[in-house]
Design a protein around this ligand. Structure first.
Ligand code: 5GP
Ligand code: MN
Length: 334
C-alpha cells in the first residue's frame, strides 16, 4: 500500500513512448485506479497509433496537446511515477516541469546509468522491460488483487514489445514467472500478439517495403546497415507515430550484419534508432556521437544536422569502429 495521504498520482512515460512505456504506464495506472487512487498518465508526446487498443489510452493526457491541463494535474499530484526512462531530459518538454516537482517521485526503469532524479529509484538494468518491474512493484505493494485483465494486457504489451515478442532480453526465468502471472489474469497471448504486431495500415506496410528496397544501405565490410527516411517520404506514406517502429530491426536479419541504424527526419532534428547483436554497445556509440543513450543492443539519439549530413557523419564513423564490429561479428559466428 502507498502512504495514506496519497490520492492524486501522475505517471509519466518517456517522450515518443514505445510499447513498454505505454504498457507499463497504463498497467500501473489501471492497478492504482482499481485500488481507489486517482492516477493520470501524462505522456510528453503522443503514443503510437498501433497501441490505441490498449485499455486506458483514451484517458492519457498528452502534454504537447494539453500543456496547461497537464501542468495543473502534475502540480496537484501527491506522488509522481517516472516510467521507462531515467533522466528528466528523456521526458522532452515535460523534463523541466519534472525538475520542479516537490511531491515524492518514484522512478521505475531498466536503462543503464540513471541520473540522480530521486531516492525512490527502482532501476534494474537486468530486467527485460519496465513492465516486468512494474509487476514486481505492484506485487511488493501487495496490490495484485487490483491487477485485472486490462492491467495485465497492458503490462504484457510492455514485456512483449521490449523483447521483440520474447526473442531478445528474454532469457531470465524470473521474467517468465511474471508472464505466467499475467496469463493467469486472463491475458489472451495470441490475441494481444495479433493486436501488437498485425495492426498496421497498408501505407505502413508499403513504407516498410520502400524502406527495405530503396532506402537501406548495407556495409558488409563493417557488418552494418542503415535505413533513412525523409519527412517527404514519410508524408508520402501517410506516416503516423509508431509506423517506423521495428524498421531498424530488419537489417539485422541480413547475414553478417550486427549493427543497424534508422534515421528519420523530423521538423527540427533527425531522430536515430540503433540496434546491435552481441557485444557492440550502441548506447555508447549513440552517447558519444548522437547525444543519446539506451541499452547496449537498443538505443537512440538525435542530430541537429540535416538528414544528409547526419548520414554522412554516421558513414564516416564506421571505419573508427571497424575493429570492434569485426571482433563482435567474429564472436557471434554469424
Ligand atoms: P527506439 O530506437 O526504440 O526509439 O529506442 C530504443 C531505446 O533507446 C529505448 O530504450 C529508448 O528509451 C532509448 N532511446 C531512444 N532515443 C533516445 C535518446 O534520444 N536518448 C536516450 N538517452 N535514449 C534514447
Ligand atoms: Mn523499456
Amino acid at each position: 500500500m502507498l502512504s495514506e495521504n496519497v490520492r492524486d498520482i501522475v505517471i509519466i512515460p518517456h517522450v515518443n513512448p514505445d510499447g513498454d512505456a505505454v504498457g507499463s504506464s497504463l498497467g500501473l495506472w489501471r492497478v492504482l485506479k482499481n485500488a481507489g487512487y486517482a492516477p493520470t498518465v501524462i505522456s510528453p508526446t503522443d503514443y503510437p497509433a498501433f497501441l490505441k487498443w490498449v485499455s486506458g489510452t483514451g484517458d492519457v493526457k498528452v502534454y504537447e496537446h494539453e500543456p496547461d491541463v497537464s501542468q495543473q494535474i502534475l502540480e496537484k499530484a501527491d506522488l509522481v511515477f517516472l516510467l521507462d526512462f531515467n533522466a528528466p531530459d528523456r521526458a522532452g518538454k515535460l523534463g523541466p516541469l519534472i525538475e520542479k516537482v516537490t511531491s515524492p517521485i518514484v522512478l521505475i526503469d531498466h536503462h543503464p546509468a540513471p541520473a540522480d532524479v530521486t531516492e525512490l529509484m527502482f532501476s534494474h538494468t537486468e530486467a527485460s522491460s519496465t513492465a516486468e518491474l512494474v509487476y514486481r512493484f505492484v506485487e511488493s505493494l501487495d496490490l495484485c488483487e487490483y491487477l485485472d485483465k486490462d492491467a495485465a494486457e497492458a503490462l504484457f504489451t510492455g514485456l512483449s514489445t521490449d523483447t521483440g515478442s520474447f526473442s531478445y532480453n528474454a532469457s531470465s526465468p524470473d521474467m517468465y514467472e511474471v508472464v505466467s502471472r499475467l496469463l493467469e489474469k486472463g491475458v489472451d497471448k495470441d490475441r494481444i500478439h495479433d493486436l501488437i504486431y498485425n495492426n498496421f495500415s497498408a501505407d505502413r506496410m508499403r513504407l516498410l517495403g520502400y524502406s527495405l528496397d530503396q532506402k537501406m544501405k548495407v556495409f558488409p565490410e563493417y557488418h552494418a546497415a542503415y535505413i533513412s527516411l525523409s519527412m517527404e517520404e514519410l508524408e508520402r506514406y501517410n506516416f503516423v507515430p509508431g509506423d517506423t517502429e521495428g524498421f531498424v530491426n530488419y537489417p539485422l536479419s541480413i547475414k553478417g550484419v550486427i549493427f543497424t541504424a534508422l534515421f528519420t527526419e523530423k521538423e527540427d532534428l533527425v531522430k536515430i534508432s540503433f540496434r546491435s547483436k552481441g557485444g557492440f554497445p550502441t548506447n555508447e556509440f549513440s552517447n558519444l556521437h548522437f547525444n543519446g543513450g539506451g541499452h547496449m543492443n537498443a538505443s537512440g539519439g538525435e542530430s541537429k544536422l540535416s538528414l544528409a549530413e547526419t548520414i554522412q557523419k554516421f558513414e564516416e564513423l564506421l571505419p573508427e569502429f571497424s575493429a570492434k564490429l569485426k571482433d563482435e561479428h567474429r564472436k557471434l559466428g554469424n
